[in-house]
Design a protein around this ligand. Sequence first.
Ligand SMILES: Cc1ncc(COP(=O)(O)O)c(C=O)c1O
Length: 426
Amino acid sequence: MELYNLKQPEERVNFAEAVKRGLGQDQGLFFPAAIPRLALDESFWQASFLERAEQVLGALLAEELGQENVSALVRDAFHFPLPLVPASAKQYALELFHGPTLAFKDFGARFLARTLSLVARDTPMTILTATSGDTGAAVADAFFGLPNIRVVVLYPDGGISELQEKLFCTLGENIHTVAVDGSFDDCQAMVKAAFSDSALKAEYGLTSANSINIARLLAQTVYYFEALAQLPEAEREQAVFAVPSGNFGNLTAGLLAKAMGAPIKRFIAATNSNDTVPRYLQSGEWVPGPVHATLSNAMDVTSPNNWPRVEALFAREGWPLAALGAERVSEPETEARLQAMYAEGYLSEPHAAVASEALVRQLAENEVGVFLGTAHPAKFQSAVEQVLSIDLPLPQPLAAVQDKPILSERLPADAAALKALLKARL
Ligand SMILES: Cc1ncc(COP(=O)(O)O)c(C=O)c1O
């Protein structure tokens, strides 16, 4: 598969190279030069999830990696269920949180870890990544104990839930975690600065596991096809997907699926009050304001990394940007939606509630809504308990870590401090 750098289109690499490098020159994002279209016949929809995922990722990657390797990656990475569950009137939740760290990030991180071990072979590598919550856990779990791979995860100190922190900051061994005195955007800026230091990059074999890494996004395309396959056939062509968005990786993956032929009617990008994109789509002006702390904290992002990919895809496919729905959902509205769904018998959490609210506002009479359930409600235990006035038992992966000590180091939001830490620890 050929990819090009969105900032410097003359830089072209194959998939293996794009995965290893993470970002291109001038911190440009890699993007597929061509997107294959799938033949979506009856047998495609009747196949099992794994068979379908093998076909989707095979269409993208088999030419370079071989279908056998792609199939092995898929079967090893995606070994958990992803049910489409009726959640509210005319709304389904695609539950992406039944993997080992209870979040949709398990799809991308597990596929990336296995892809990297395939393409990097014996070269030592350092995964450097910033997380607003769930990426850290998914990446740490996916890479924990892998030989030749070290992981450094930055996160905003106090900006993620205590249980999220416990999931990935208690592992040790090849997993180094760093609590940064700043916001998620500060963490992203530190990671970007490290990647633009070519000496540092080469010395430690730095690569990224953020959704800037194209392997993660390709992996995430599979579950959009899966949602459609699980919908009643009569509703398949009427599906509107609401995507709870922070860095816009999930939305990019959905758009890629649509470009590959997934019959998705339209998308709604749902944000919390960190609403750079909804404002941009209305005014045409890109004005990332200060970061607001919200209940859906993994979406507290005002400079979403993946936005250039979204725009590139709309331009390439000839879709008008105005066709992308967008909604900003406030804190009281998020709480009210969580309560409304609970009253209808569905237990959710704030990120998914933001997306569900966007569907309530935008769904037309003949449409059916699918919102992505991006995290298990128990990952946001205290918020969910408080909003719904309930006690939420912890599922096994969280109960197992709740009493373990946090092993993170603290750092100021400063690129030089990160450089010093890499030198000291690796
Ligand atoms: C639970 C949850 N929902 C939604 C998102 C937003 O996804 P994206 O950054 O791909 O827009 C994240 C990202 O960290 C998340 O952890």
